[in-house]
Design a protein around this ligand. Structure first.
Ligand code: SAH
Length: 395
């Protein structure tokens, strides 16, 4: 432990979750802070008998410390190199690193890769990073050069897109900028399909990589069906459906998303009349779709970002799913998702159950979906599991 380090002592009994390796310390667990840490400083955490527990990045607010290590080490460049290397080795193990048909994957998934506050997505040679903590943002240049180094010739540029993800209250105005190299938008391959990625204008880092395996599963059910892709964004699900569906409609309230969906369908299938993109509000569109579709995808944005709006969010999922279950053709299939971290798998399923019950139709669950292995769930941090979905068969 370095001199002049900042020490945080926890209240009696509040060390339990840290001893079970949960990577967050909530402000309510803190008994005393020795010194005045600035946002993003490294702090050292002790129990109330002065035993070392962990070290991490400090942040004023509900999550006071994001833990980097449960060992009393110095979190220097070598430390971050090893963590990033471990994330890279893991992607190699799961077959994503030098894969001929997939060159888009998540390289670093924050707590899931023991790097809280850091997201890094790989797009065919370009890495887009997003910092969710000031601690990570402060070392962004080091992180960018380490990613390039560890990826060993596979990275042409690293773009930092932290402007909207740095905690707003910190007053640290995050920037969107290249930290290493430069590149125009690129085309990536996912399971053989092509997608244009524009990280500067797109949502998140540019693409919803987390739906890769669920899009693959969708492809098993699209043959001969009329498909409605609600909240389509870049048209990810639509492109997979175009392989053998008779009709594909992509709906999104954003004009740029609709344009991108059209562009991605064109990239793979040319000017194919089976596809149409609609720029319209989802709830409005779903008011009158009776009997038109026999496969519907519902992948809305997170309805709840905080626990205090949980019940509204659950109502939202219920309302949305009810509209689809009510109107889908007999024998239809629904892919329905929630990406809200605060909505548990159990709660989501209950909302869909309530929606089905209101329609009175026979509904079977064909599959339960989750996030792919490049978005790993840290077993000590159940909150890293955020994406859940159900495939329903509606009789
Ligand atoms: N399914 C997509 C990701 C969806 S992200 C994929 O696989 O890539 C959620 C999308 O919902 C965003 O593109 C957003 O523009 C859109 N959206 C948000 N609110 C909406 C609404 N009320 N009606 C229609 N689209 C909406």
């Amino acid at each position: 432990m370095p001199l002049n380090k900042i020490k945080i002592v926890l209240k009696s009994g509040k060390d339990q979750s840290v001893r079970r390796y949960h990577p967050w310390i909530f402000s309510g667990a803190i008994k005393k802070i020795y010194g005045e840490p600035a946002e993003g400083d490294i702090v050292y955490v002790y129990d109330n008998k002065d035993e070392f527990l962990a070290l991490g990045h400090y942040q004023p607010g509900s999550i006071a410390v994001r833990i980097l290590s449960f060992e009393d080490i110095i979190p220097d460049k070598e430390f971050f190199r090893e963590r990033i290397k471990s994330a890279m080795e893991y992607r190699k193990t799961i077959g994503l690193l030098d894969n001929d048909s997939i060159n888009v994957f998540r390289l670093v998934h924050a707590e899931g890769d023991n790097l809280p506050g850091l997201i890094a997505d790989y797009y065919n040679g370009i890495v887009v990073i997003q910092m969710h903590s000031v601690g990570m943002y402060r070392i962004r240049n080091e992180i960018a050069s380490l990613i390039a180094e560890v990826m060993d010739g596979r990275v042409k540029a690293v773009y930092d897109k932290s402007e909207s993800t740095i905690p707003f209250k910190s007053g640290v105005g995050g920037l969107n900028e290249f930290l290493y190299g430069k590149s125009d938008p690129v085309i990536v391959k996912e399971n053989g399909f092509s997608f244009k990625i524009d990280w500067t204008t797109g949502q998140k880092t540019g693409f919803f990589i987390d739906q890769r395996e669920n899009r693959m599963l969708l492809g098993e059910y699209t043959n001969g069906r009329s498909v409605l892709n609600m909240f389509g964004y870049t048209g990810g699900f639509s492109v997979y459906a175009m392989k053998d569906a008779v009709l594909v409609h992509s709906v999104d309230s954003s004009a740029s998303a609709t344009a991108l969906a059209n562009e991605n369908v064109r990239l793979n299938f040319g000017d194919d009349k089976r596809h149409t993109g609609f720029q319209v509000d989802a709830f409005e569109f779903l008011d009158d779709i009776k009997d038109k579709y026999d496969l519907i995808i519902l992948d809305p944005p997170a309805f709840a970002k905080h626990n205090n709006v949980l019940s509204n969010a659950l109502q939202g999922y219920k309302r949305l799913n009810m509209k689809a279950i009510e109107q889908i053709r007999p024998g239809g299939i629904i892919f329905t998702f929630s990406c809200s971290q605060v909505v548990s798998r159990e709660n989501f399923r209950k909302s869909v159950f309530a929606a089905a019950a209101n329609t009175g139709r026979n509904v079977r669950i064909l599959h339960q979906m989750s996030q792919p292995p490049d978005h790993p769930v840290n077993i000590y941090h159940p909150e890293s599991e955020y994406l859940k979905g159900l495939v329903l068969y509606v009789e």
